[in-house]
Design a protein around this ligand. Structure first.
Ligand code: B12
Length: 212
């Protein structure tokens, strides 16, 4: 199974064929992270086509579904490829008003594979749900995703709410998503930003004091 073929299946929205292709690649001994890379490349192209108005919302939804199918097969392979580490608790959420969860889910899967304990609150999550979860779990990391320019300020809302509850010093806040960068993340009160999910895992390991 060529990586180009996997990328193509995402671009062509082949929701029924993607699992077999991923399985085949893994059976051939391909590195699960290379498979992830091929899938992500496909999503990048889907995004480009959407921006160029070659694809519409229907295609975006299908691309999301295709990605989710692929992940059902890829996730266990990613988990097996990493050694489990001690369980730092991470709360994951896409911010209020935002219904994009593919990037967040990839980060979640990679973190799970790296031995983190994940509490995924889903999408469109407000600050109250996050506060409640921090109190419930005693999590030390909150990882927020925002894909819409319109919703990035929700990061500041969460930062302020954590401060008000006296919880801000107990948790590290890391954020990601296309409209964000290091400067903006800092301005919004976050401790850290990462460009993609693989970098995100590295940063979260650092924040958790697992690597220096
Ligand atoms: C798929 C998609 C959708 C799907 C989402 C399905 C789902 N379940 O997620 C659907 C169809 C629902 C959708 C809806 C909309 N979308 Co949309 N969507 C996209 C698209 C094509 C791909 C996003 C994606 O999944 N990428 C693949 C993943 C793997 O990448 P990612 O999300 O960027 O995540 C990576 C990194 O950012 C990072 N990361 C992400 N989160 C986090 C968090 C942390 C802590 C860390 C460390 C890292 C990290 O790691 C990830 C993996 O490496 C993008 C275009 C694009 N090129 O990004 C537009 C895009 C994000 N959408 C856009 C828009 C405008 C919308 C709509 C408003 C459209 C509409 N008119 O209704 C709605 C909004 C609905 C809502 N309230 O949220 C715009 C946003 C523009 C902006 N800057 O505000 C974009 C950029 C397209 C465009 N150019 O116009 N969309």
């Amino acid at each position: 199974m060529e990586f180009e073929k996997i990328t193509e299946l995402i671009i062509e929205l082949e929701v029924d064929d993607i699992q077999d292709a991923v399985k085949e690649a893994l059976n051939e001994g391909k590195d699960p992270y290379d498979v992830l890379n091929a899938l992500t490349k496909g999503m990048d192209e889907v995004g480009r086509r959407y921006e160029e108005k070659e694809y519409y919302l229907t295609e975006l939804v299908l691309a999301g579904e295709t990605m989710k199918e692929a992940f059902k097969v890829l996730q266990p392979a990613l988990a097996a490829s990493d050694k489990a580490e001690s369980k730092t608790k991470v709360i994951l959420a896409t911010v209020k008003g935002d219904n994009h969860d593919i990037g967040k889910n990839i980060l979640g899967s990679l973190l799970l594979s790296s031995g983190f304990e994940i509490h995924d609150l889903g999408m469109d999550v407000d600050e109250k749900q996050i506060i409640e979860k921090v109190k419930d779990t005693g999590a030390s990391i909150v990882a927020l995703s925002s894909l819409l320019t319109m919703t990035v300020e929700q990061i500041q809302v969460v930062h302020e709410a954590l401060k008000e509850e006296g919880l801000r010093d107990q948790v590290k806040l890391i954020v990601g998503g296309a409209p964000l960068n290091n400067d903006l993340a800092t301005k919004l009160g976050a401790d850290d930003f990462a460009e993609d999910a693989v970098e995100g895992v590295k940063h979260i390991k650092q924040l958790a004091g697992k690597i220096s």
